[in-house]
Every structure is written in C-alpha cells, then in structure tokens.
Design a protein around this ligand. Structure first.
Ligand code: UDX
Length: 470
C-alpha cells in the first residue's frame, strides 16, 4: 500500500519506518527542508532503538522523503497526520499545524483516500479535519477521516508499534475501515511475526498473540488516547501518593506495590514511584484532556489532583535532598540522568531537568551525566552545570549523588569504585534503582522514594536503620 506520513518527529518517523517494515511504500513528508535533507543523507534526528536499522533498511527503497505534501497525497491511499499539537497557554492543544496540513492535503485528494490523524488530539478533531478538507475544495466522497491513536513510548516506540497490545482505529465508513485493516494486516494476521528479519519481540511484551484491531467511532478513538494516558498518569500519581504515606509511617512501597500489583485487576506495571512523570505526552495530554472535559461540561477534578501530586513529588524530593545536606549553597552535587526517563534523549518536561534548575536556584553546583540527553540539556541548562563524560566523573568530589533518570546503566554502577570517588558517600535515588541493604553494605547512606532510608551515619532527627538493627 502507498502511504504518506506527514511530520518527521518521533511519531511520524517511527510510524513511517515501521510501515515500511510491514511491506508498505512510504513517503515521509515534512515542510522543514533541512530535516528532509538530513534524513535523505542518512541522519537519524532522534535517539530511538531500532529506528536507525529500519531507516537504513528501507531508505531510498520503501521509504522516500519529500517536502511536497500534495504530491505525496496524490500518490497515496492513506495519509497519516503526525504533526505536533503543543499546548497553548490555557492547556488546550494548539491545532494550527494539523489544520494547515489538512488544508494542503485537500489539494491532493484526486481519488479515494483515508486521512488518518495519528497525533494526540481532542475529540472532534477528525470532524474538523473533514470540514477543512471539504472547505478547501475536496470532493467529500473522495475521502474518509480516521483516528488511529498511537500508544508509543519513547525508547521502545519501534517495538511498541510492531508488537502492540491493540490497535485502535476510529472510522465512520466501512470503506475507510477496510483500508485501515489492510494497512495493519501484516500485524493482525501474524504475517509479520512469521517473517524472517523482523525486529525482535521485546521480552516484556504482553502481546503473545497477534494484536486485536479495535474499530470504533472516530470520537471514541480520540477519547481512548486521552483517557489511556490520563489513566496511566493517574496510576503513577497514585503510587507516588502511597509512597509518601509509606515514608511517613515507615512502610516500604516496594512491598506495597508487590501486594497491590499482583491483583490481576490492578497489575504491576506503571507502579514505579519516583520523582514524577514527565515527557512530551503525559503532562500535555492531561492538560488537554482536562480542557476537553471542561468544554464538554464536565469538571474532571481527578486530573487536577493527578497533576498536583506529580508536581508535589518533585518538591518532596528536593526537601529530602535539603534534609540530608542541611544547606545547599556551594554544595557540589553529582546528577545522574537528565532525560525524562531512561532510553531516550528527550528532556521535554523532564522532572530531572526541573530539579536541576531548582538546585541551581538554591546555589548548588551540579555536575551532570546522561547517556543520551546531554546535548539537548546543554541548550536548556545554560550556566552553572558541568557535564561529565560518565557517571564516575560526575561523582568525583561530590557532596552527594542524585539519581534522577531510570537508565539501566545507573542501576549497575560499580559501587566500590563510586565509593572511592565521592566526597561523602550519600546517594539520593529518585528512581529506586538500588536495594537499600546493598547500598549500606557498600558504605553509602541511601535515600530513595517510599522506602526507609538506609543510613551509615546518624542525622539530626533520624535514627539510622543500621543502628536500629544492631
Ligand atoms: C507515554 C505513554 O506510555 C504512551 O502510550 C503514549 O503514546 C505517549 O506517552 P512516554 O511519554 O514515552 O509514553 O513514556 P512512559 O514510558 O509512558 O513514561 C512517562 C513518564 O512516567 C516518564 O517520566 C517515566 O519516568 C514516568 N513513569 C513511568 C514513572 O514515574 N513510573 C512508572 O511506573 C512508569
């Protein structure tokens, strides 16, 4: 099938590359000429596992790049819109990019096509896209608009696409539904999984069988995306709130999570407490969903609370750092992690970056290391931060070491070596990557989220766990 994908950001690139791997002919369209030139040159503008392999495999063959949306539309049976929908001041999604893409698509609708919204959008967007395409002269019988929300996580987006739990398609006509069935046929029929040279199935994938294609109305599909992300964010805020209670009463959130998560109605995933969620989706989508609800006449106060708990989580961690260091001014802190989560170079709404900014305001000196996000972070954290070339260099001479992103490599540090490098053996872990008992064995005082501190020294107002055990 010939498919155009508009927008070469995270979603567009991954979607285009994966469609090519399913056997489709893909043209990736962007109005940013520099980006198109770079992609044609073989550059991969984002850090995403398996994306370089897929682009290299199909570039110039089943993947072409273009700046001409109308020509791409004419050549395609389906046009996927994957452009940005950034938040406005009021939290609504800014739909102007989607609108201008729809306007341009209109000029290329010369026969039946399905225009598919892939960006996260408020309910009614597909109806607006239809109106805009018609307003600009396209014959209404020549196209349908479908909503096909993505559930891609950065860092695992390629495998999320190829091994999904489900595929949601909102569409109002059988003809449009049939086009979408064909596009996803290689996955829903299992053909892709039986083929050689596929991207390997992730170990944690719950999709042991072929994914189900769920066909809904366009409005339902639009709501499914917002409601899914809001629910996941709520799960994180819920466990973060429980972690705070654990800290107050001396319980261990890991044990609590184990007890809650084994209830099959709840499940163990998305239950890791920490310094809160960030990224390009959850913060923006929660605000947008709240705005959508408000517009529809429903005051979704639960979402406000989810957001409040998330912000409070960062403040609580900062208070914890202060309670350990006593004063901030002039202290040298090693920071491991700047990305909003492990496995990505994305720092949008990163709780790690927000915390570093706060520490700088308080007068700390920060030496940071992140395996992928340092270039992006340098553009934001202009002064007061030194960037190290690895975790050990960052730790050298540090008054305390802070773990702010759940990178796998931060969970397997050489603790003996680390101990010899830091000025004081104090670790504050905002992602619960270590067993507190192991940290104490290696001579560290260790503070994490929702678990009792494991101390090698006694602080004013606390009693060390070690001493209590003794
Ligand atoms: C999310 C959704 O998962 C995806 O379906 C949607 O399409 C886009 O938004 P992403 O933003 O890439 O994906 O990251 P995700 O892995 O969901 O993590 C989001 C944030 O939550 C990160 O900051 C992460 O550190 C945090 N998180 C996640 C937790 O704090 N605890 C958890 O248990 C899980």
């Amino acid at each position: 099938m010939h498919i155009a994908v508009v927008g070469t950001g995270y979603v567009g690139l991954v979607t285009g590359a994966c469609f090519a791997d399913l056997g489709h002919e893909v043209v990736l369209v962007d109005n940013n000429e520099e980006r198109i030139a770079a992609l044609r040159n073989g550059e991969v503008p984002i850090h995403e596992r398996f994306l370089p392999e897929l682009l290299a495999r199909h570039r110039g063959e089943r993947i072409k790049f273009s700046g001409d949306l109308q020509a791409a539309t004419r050549a395609s049976a389906a046009v996927f819109i994957a452009v940005g929908t950034p938040p406005t001041e009021s939290g609504d999604a800014d739909m102007s990019y989607v609108e201008s893409v729809a306007r341009e698509i209109s000029g290329g609708v010369d026969g039946y096509k399905v225009v598919v919204e892939k960006s996260t959008v408020p309910v009614y967007t597909s109806q607006w896209i239809r109106t805009i395409i018609m307003r600009n002269g396209a014959d209404p019988s020549h196209f349908d608009v479908a909503s096909n929300p993505e559930f891609l996580r950065e860092g695992t987006a390629v495998t999320d696409f190829l091994y999904p739990d489900r595929i949601v398609v909102g569409v109002e006509s059988e003809r449009g539904a049939e086009v979408m069935r064909q596009i996803y046929g290689p996955l829903t029929s299992g053909w892709y999984y039986g083929r050689g040279e596929t991207i390997p199935r992730p170990a944690a994938s719950s999709a042991k069988t072929t994914p189900r294609l769920i066909i809904t109305s366009t409005k339902s599909a639009e709501l499914i995306k917002h409601a899914s992300n809001a629910f996941l964010a709520m799960k994180i805020s819920f466990i973060n709130a429980v972690a705070s209670i654990c800290e107050s009463v001396g319980a261990n959130v890991e044990q609590v999570c184990d007890g809650i998560g084994t209830d099959s109605r709840i499940g163990p995933r998305f239950m890791s407490p920490g310094i809160g969620y960030g990224g390009s989706c959850f913060p923006k989508d929660l605000l947008a969903f709240r705005a959508v609800a408000k517009e529809s006449g429903y005051d979704f106060r639960l979402l406000e609370e989810v957001i409040r708990i998330n912000e409070d989580q960062r403040r609580r961690f900062l208070r914890k750092v202060r309670s350990v260091l006593w004063t901030f001014r002039g202290k040298r802190l090693a920071v491991l992690g700047l990305a909003f989560k492990g496995g990505t170079d994305d720092i949008r709404e990163s709780p790690a970056v927000l915390l570093v900014e706060e520490l700088l305001r308080e007068g700390c000196r920060v030496c940071a290391y992140d395996p992928a996000a340092m270039e992006r972070a340098k553009a934001v954290l202009k002064s007061g931060v030194e960037f190290a070339s690895d975790a050990y260099e960052a730790a050298t001479g540090a008054d305390a070491l802070l773990i702010l992103t759940e990178w796998e490599e931060f969970a397997t540090l050489d603790l003996e070596r680390l101990r010899t490098l830091v000025k004081y053996p104090i670790v504050l872990d905002g992602r619960n990557l270590y067993d507190p008992a192991v940290m104490v064995e290696h001579g560290f005082s260790y503070y994490s989220v929702g678990r009792p501190a494991a101390l090698t020294e006694e602080l004013p107002g606390t009693r060390s766990q070690k001493k209590e055990r003794a």
